[in-house]
Each structure stands twice: as structure tokens, then as C-alpha cells.
Design a protein around this ligand. Structure first.
Ligand code: SF4
Length: 330
């Protein structure tokens, strides 16, 4: 919507929201967002809807229209107990599927059906069955970044925040962990459990290199480096701390390092920086093209048209739900 069509009322209603994000959104950009934000807030009330937004969403979504923000584990927990009639998932498709699995009576919408994930696309349920044949008796842990069909073919899910705990809780000497090879190798190093990995990678995190981290340390003396465990193990080895997006955010809030780099998707730093004006965030930028398919405009359209609704084959849903619920129980 062009800035010229902004009314005084919309400007006044959205002004408090702009205050939240003024550190990361220049004033000249705000008029491009204000009308959609105003419309989304109205539509949420009319539809009895909530927006769950992942930490990699852009600040105008994350800080201005989301009801709940977090990593995929936090969003899954919120989805399970949500009472709204409509859940809009501002994230990628597997997150919307997980929300539908955990709260099947709700209408779950994904604003763009093409918002996928390189990890989820790297493996099928047939691949999981082949792994089971090859490694009989080894339990299968599926990263939550997988389709419902892959979850259904697995024993239990995990996220980057709980992968180590889940693997240790299984008590098995050998575990199949799919599909993220780097997360699997990072967990193997931490636990000593023999991990059979799959060669899936996150197209965002695999681009970071150990040389890049060393270069950051020499250019920004004293910098604290936090890395996501989807990064290659040699990158994690160079970091001061490795953890999920929620764990990184928590680390920044607790330790308040004067200068920090979050080795993960770009928008994460913008979103955390909003709460910590005293901290210098260094931002090497790797964008997730899938997360960036979600925009204010398509969230608004989803609420107007109630599209695209996520459905799951009932034959798959029961098994996939069991794998997610086992994770949440642990
Ligand atoms: S950042 Fe990586 S793991 Fe997350 S949705 Fe994008 S491709 Fe998938």
C-alpha cells in the first residue's frame, strides 16, 4: 500500500508499534508496513486468530503483529494449547504442520505454501524405512524440520534446543538422527553416542565457515560468538556458545556481552537487538529464502481469505503426532 494512502488514524494507531522497532526499521520504511499491520491487527480480532512467528521473521512481523514468538519448540508448545480459532504460522511449512498435528481442531494457515526448508526437503519417509533396514534396532530421532510423513516414520522428534537431551534419554548405544548431518555430528561430539547421520543441511547455516569466524574475531576484538548447531562442527568449535535461537537469545539477555555476533539467520540479530540497545550486534548476513517468503502482505491475505489451510493425511497424522508428543513429554 503506498505511503500516500496512509490515514491519520492508521498513523496514530500504529505509532506505539513503530516505537518498538525504530532501532531496526528506518522511518522512511515504516509507511510501507503500517497499513498492513493495522489491517492484520483488526483481522485477528475479527477472526479470533493468533500469529505465531519464528525468530527468523523480519522485525515488522516479529515485533508488530505476532502474538507469540520463539524457536520451533516454543511455537509447537504454544500451538498445542492455543484457544484461538485460527492459527497463522509466520514461519515455514513444517512448523505449520506441527501446529496442526498438535491442535488438529484448529484452522492452521501458512501465508505462502512455498515456504519450505532445505532440511525438510532432503529426506522422505521411504529413506527413513531404508535406514531402519540398514541399522536394525537403532531408534530414529527426527529433527522437527521434517515433513509429517517423515515424523510418522520416526520414533521421536527433537529440536536444536533439546537434541542432546533426547538422544541421551533414549539410552541407546546407536541412534539414527535425521536429516541434519551437522546437528547430528554436533550431538555425537557432545554425547559420545554413536550417531548415524543423514546428509541433509540447512542452506543458511552451512554457508558459515570457521575462517569467517576467525576473521570476525580479528576485526572485532573481544566479540562473543554464538552459533546455531545447524552450523558445521568446525564453526561450532570456533564459537563461545552453541545453542538454539531461544538459547542464543537467552544467553544475550543473561550475559549481556558488549559486542556479539549471532551465527544464524540475519533477522534473528535484528529481533534480539531491539531489546538490547546497549549491545553492539555484528551482523554477517545469511538470509533464509523460505522464511522470507512470509510477509505482512501475505499474512494479511491469509487472514482475509483463510488460505492456505494446512491439512495432514489422517493415516500419517497419528504417527507424526506420537513422535512430536514423545518429544514434548521428555
Ligand atoms: S534457516 Fe535453514 S533450517 Fe531454518 S527454515 Fe531456513 S533452510 Fe530450513
Amino acid at each position: 500500500m503506498p505511503a500516500a494512502l496512509l490515514t491519520e488514524e492508521v498513523i496514530a494507531r500504529t505509532a506505539p508499534l513503530y516505537e518498538r522497532v525504530r532501532r531496526v526499521i528506518p522511518p522512511v520504511e515504516w509507511p510501507a508496513f503500517a497499513n498492513d499491520i493495522d489491517a492484520i491487527l483488526r483481522l485477528k480480532r475479527e477472526r479470533n486468530a493468533i500469529v505465531l512467528a519464528h525468530n527468523y521473521q523480519t522485525p515488522e512481523i516479529f515485533h508488530c503483529v505476532a502474538d507469540v514468538v520463539g524457536d520451533s519448540l516454543a511455537l509447537a508448545r504454544e500451538a498445542m494449547t492455543a484457544e484461538a480459532d485460527v492459527i497463522v504460522l509466520a514461519g515455514v511449512h513444517f512448523m505449520a504442520e506441527t501446529a496442526k498435528l498438535l491442535n488438529p481442531g484448529k484452522r492452521v494457515l501458512i501465508p505462502d505454501l512455498e515456504a519450505g526448508c532445505s532440511l525438510a526437503a532432503s529426506i522422505t519417509a521411504a529413506d527413513v524405512r531404508l535406514l531402519r533396514e540398514r541399522y536394525p534396532g537403532a531408534p530414529v530421532v527426527a529433527y522437527v524440520n521434517t515433513s509429517a510423513a517423515v515424523k510418522a516414520a520416526s520414533d521421536i522428534c527433537c529440536t536444536s534446543g533439546n537434541a542432546r537431551r533426547i538422544v541421551e534419554a533414549l539410552g541407546a548405544p546407536r541412534v539414527i538422527m535425521i536429516p541434519d548431518e551437522y546437528l547430528a555430528r554436533n550431538v555425537a561430539r557432545e554425547t559420545g553416542v554413536e550417531i548415524i547421520a543423514w546428509a541433509g543441511h540447512c542452506e543458511v547455516h552451512e554457508r558459515f565457515t570457521a575462517a569467517e569466524i576467525r576473521e570476525l574475531r580479528s576485526r572485532y576484538p573481544g566479540i562473543t560468538v554464538l552459533a546455531h548447531p545447524e552450523c558445521p562442527p568446525e564453526v561450532v568449535a570456533e564459537a563461545d556458545f552453541a545453542g538454539s535461537t531461544a538459547a542464543m537469545s537467552d544467553y544475550v539477555g543473561r550475559k549481556k556481552p558488549p559486542r556479539v555476533v549471532l551465527v544464524t539467520e540475519c533477522s534473528m540479530s535484528d529481533n534480539v537487538a531491539v531489546h538490547h540497545p546497549e549491545i553492539e550486534f555484528v551482523r554477517p548476513c545469511n538470509l533464509c529464502p523460505h522464511m522470507k517468503r512470509i510477509t505482512l502482505a501475505n499474512i494479511r491475505r491469509a487472514l482475509e481469505t483463510l488460505r492456505h489451510e494446512v491439512t495432514i493425511d489422517p493415516a500419517v497424522a497419528a504417527g507424526a503426532r506420537r513422535a512430536v508428543e514423545r518429544m514434548l513429554e521428555l
